[in-house]
Ligand binder design. Sequence first.
Ligand SMILES: NC(=O)c1ccc[n+]([C@@H]2O[C@H](COP(=O)([O-])OP(=O)(O)OC[C@H]3O[C@@H](n4cnc5c(N)ncnc54)[C@H](OP(=O)(O)O)[C@@H]3O)[C@@H](O)[C@H]2O)c1
Length: 348
Amino acid sequence: MRAWMLERTGPPEVLRLVTVASPEPGPGQVAVEVEAIGINYAEVLSRRGLYGWAPRRPYVPGMEATGTIAALGEGVHGREIGERVVVGTQHGAYAERLVVPARRALPAIDGFSVEENAAFGVNFMTAWVALMEMARLRPTDRVGITAAAGGVGTAAVQIASAYGCRVVGMAGSDAKLHLIRELGAEAGVNYRRPDFERRLAEVAPDGALDVVLEVVGGDVYRACQALLANFGRIVVAGYAGLDYSLWNPLSWWRAWRGAPRMNVSDSAVASTGVLATHIGYLLPDEERLLSVWGALTAFATGHGLRPVVGSTFDFADLPAAHRLMESRDSVGKLVVRLEGARPASLSL
Ligand SMILES: NC(=O)c1ccc[n+]([C@@H]2O[C@H](COP(=O)([O-])OP(=O)(O)OC[C@H]3O[C@@H](n4cnc5c(N)ncnc54)[C@H](OP(=O)(O)O)[C@@H]3O)[C@@H](O)[C@H]2O)c1
């Protein structure tokens, strides 16, 4: 089968399309024939060597895909060949086929297209865990979402808005603010404008936020933290602004300075909290994940929420999806389709 391999860190061109043996399911596992892959910013960070949860190279990246069950491992009962599923995994999804524990092959969502099923899992789970499990959102909360036009961001804006919250979406360009408002936010602010902090304070309902889902870091994190109301919670789920190079000591300082942190004394004065989450580390806790998945899918389907698929790519063009994501010009989720992929070239 064909798969994209990461052997060394660097720009998107370091990803190599190779042929490898098709994996067969072991006991308790299923093999999934992949139809579409969801691209995540974490995979861009892994490719650059900046992601702590990445396995040792060389490996096939890719954390989520949708497709059909193609083979059952020993001891797998109650599952069927041909069943449509979505899967989350640490790596291995940039391939025509992958193997996962049977319990982690979740039923694809009825009524979603193949692209939407590829786009849903990681983004909506991250937004849901941050907002509902960590921040314990209430419908009366005023909610700030950063990178709000991206994959996780568009999920979070929809979830918080559907829950009844007043939402302020933040993004890195004016062009993205329209989408954020269309998804339910009452205001949008561009954090790359010099008057960002003042504008954020102006549009936040009564000048404050109760909950923030923060994935950018640096000045964006600090501005959001400064606006937290009493009992406010900021949930850190990413650091997209991380700018770090192993060989540049100045970048070490920049990365350290931009990293989200808190001062407990200051938090005591305002009664605020900083929380952090990473759904990857929850993967082994299958019971919890399944219960969270059940609550999330019931909420999403009940409120008619759908992932925003911003762009789709052929499998053979997968590095172009990385390029678009790191350009900051992407909106919503980037999805790679297996169907219609051009004949494989074995390296870029
Ligand atoms: N904790 C978890 O379990 C978990 C799971 C999934 C994702 N995440 C995190 O959530 C964030 C969003 O992930 P995603 O996959 O949905 O990606 P995404 O939001 O679709 O794309 C990344 C976005 O980050 C923003 N960004 C801010 N500073 C940037 C920079 N210096 N370089 C590039 N982009 C920058 C850009 O939007 P603007 O130009 O609008 O700023 C860009 O579009 C990432 O930080 C990711 O690591 C965390």
